[in-house]
Design a protein around this ligand. Structure first.
Ligand code: NAD
Length: 488
């Protein structure tokens, strides 16, 4: 950064004080505005626009025109532009991270890691080879399948990973030759709007637009006849509404939805090393991760010892404002979600389920006035209790006892969700046998939550439809077109 407010690569520096929509290359404010609340302090963050339906229509028209030209730009140039955009994001790492902690609540260390992931998700997807496929080459004819841009894509992003999930959609949409409209969650609009603003330095007007609105914006976009594709990440309930709305115009749709990931802990694990890891993976981002561990099946022979080691680990995690040094868990991101998590806790107490640790709300005197919840482990609740069947999306999870492989596989798969699953054992044969039986889109052995931008990511069952990232993700922003070229 230079002192005159410009970045060293020449473009005007972003400020993180005022926030606008980006429409056709221009920053646009609105008369009506809203703001979110910093979930750690309950103080108001800056105002953001509430886009009108008229402006949405304008943005879509600009996107249609810009998309047609962008699709003509050679793919190498589109990839190079995405890489430059990624470099610019990296140069603003501290600003984005600090805004992310203010709007989302996650500890600054993890906010910085999210910016790094955003950069990585942009760059790695820009490096994926995207060739035409020759299906047949004979004396008579050539048959080639190529992948062409759809037109205008919309990225609908939730509030748990506003930067990484946006970047995960921006890269493939643009590389495939589409224009993109980014719609951040009204709970976390700030970083998404700044990504839109920053993108203007690397893409022609109308290719990337970012719109902040109220709850009517998502449905307006999914119903809009000028939009060709919706990539949605959010809850399963909303995903179903998105699909229903998209069906009216047969929009292409990718859905990344909720999860209820099981982790199966076998009897031969190193308890001291594994138990704290499992607790960390269940409580990262205060449990607000689609692929967080949400059910822990521990073999009966080590159950008590493993649970005790987890409880010890959980008690050591510092909770508090994300700007405080050493904090591992921030608050729940918004009031609505906080009330939902509280509802789970109240029900656990009503049903007199055994809590191995936690069960209370952190109070003002403990950590501040934000939406804080103490991490809570529910000890061996019935399989049909809500904490086992539903996703609380907060720092509460059940541990369950298992005895035979057939039984644990059946119980782990006994859910409408199918996003992730993991198996923990030193015996790789057991690991492979159990892992292959998991009905989930992402299966890990001796780890969980490890993702990479060049591998397809998607959920089975009601955890999603289609996949993002990797070559499969790129193709999801395209039409397949097969050319049958007869030589004579
Ligand atoms: P949500 O479904 O409430 O909202 C997600 C986004 O959809 C927001 O931008 C919201 O404004 C928008 N939206 C709301 N109603 C809409 C409608 N009718 N039409 C179009 N858009 C609409 O989800 P959330 O509470 O923000 O996120 C938490 C959920 O997301 C959890 O269930 C979590 O598991 C899931 N999630 C899934 C993944 C994944 O990749 N599978 C990743 C992160 C989060």
């Amino acid at each position: 950064m230079t002192t005159n407010g410009t970045k060293s690569n020449g473009h005007t520096a972003l400020d993180f004080k005022s926030f606008s929509n980006t429409i056709n290359g221009k920053l646009v404010g609105t008369k009506k505005t809203q703001h979110n609340i910093n979930p750690s302090t309950l103080e108001a963050n800056p105002e953001v626009p509430i886009v009108s339906e008229e402006e949405v229509n304008e943005a879509v028209n600009y996107a249609i025109a810009a998309g047609e030209k962008w699709a003509e730009v050679p793919v190498k140039e589109r990839q190079a532009a995405v890489v430059k955009f990624a470099d610019a994001l990296a140069s603003y790492k501290d600003d984005f991270a600090s805004m992310l902690t203010k709007e989302q609540g996650k500890p600054l260390m993890f906010a910085k890691m999210e910016v790094d992931s955003g950069v990585q998700w942009l760059k790695t997807q820009a490096a994926i080879e995207f060739p035409e496929e020759t299906v047949e080459e004979s004396d008579e004819r050539v048959v080639v399948t190529r992948y062409t841009a759809l037109g205008v894509a919309v990225a609908i992003v939730p509030w748990n990973f506003p930067i990484q999930l946006a970047c995960g959609k921006i890269a493939p949409a643009l590389i495939a030759g589409n224009a993109l409209i980014l719609k951040p969650s009204p709970f976390t609009p700030y970083c998404g709007l700044k990504l839109g603003e920053l993108a203007q330095h690397f893409f022609p007007p109308g290719v990337v637009q970012a719109l902040s609105g109220d709850d009517s914006l998502g449905p307006i976009l999914t119903a809009h006849p000028g939009i060709d594709k919706v990539s949605f990440t959010g809850s399963t309930a909303t995903g179903k509404r998105v699909m229903e709305s998209c069906s009216k115009t047969l929009k292409r749709v990718t859905l990344e939805l909720g999860g209820k990931d099981p982790a199966i802990i076998c009897s031969d694990v190193d308890i001291k090393a594994t138990a704290p890891k499992i607790a960390q993976l269940a409580l990262l981002n205060s449990g607000q991760i689609c692929i967080a561990i949400k059910r822990i099946y521990i073999h009966a022979s080590i159950y008590d010892e493993f649970l005790a080691a987890m409880v010890e680990a959980v008690k050591s995690f510092a909770i508090g404002d994300g700007f405080k040094e050493g904090v591992y868990m921030g608050p729940i991101q918004n009031k609505m979600q906080f009330e939902r998590v509280k509802g789970f806790l109240e029900e656990l107490k009503e049903k007199k389920l055994d809590l191995a640790v936690g069960g209370d709300m952190k109070t003002v005197s403990d950590v501040g006035k934000g939406y804080f919840v103490t991490p809570t482990i529910v000890n061996n609740p019935p399989d049909d209790s809500r904490i086992v069947t539903e996703e609380p999306f907060g720092p509460i999870f059940p541990v369950l006892k298992w005895e035979t492989e057939d039984e644990v596989v059946r119980r782990a798969n006994d859910t409408l969700m199918g996003l992730g699953a993991s198996v923990w054992t030193q015996n790789l044969e057991t690991a492979s046998r159990l892992a292959k039986k998991m009905k989930a889109g992402n299966v890990w052995v001796n780890t969980h939550l490890e993702l990479q931008p060049n591998a397809a990511f998607g959920g089975h069952k009601q955890s999603g439809l289609g996949a993002e990232w990797g070559l499969q993700g790129l193709k999801s922003y395209c039409n397949a077109q097969t050319l049958y070229l007869r030589k004579k």
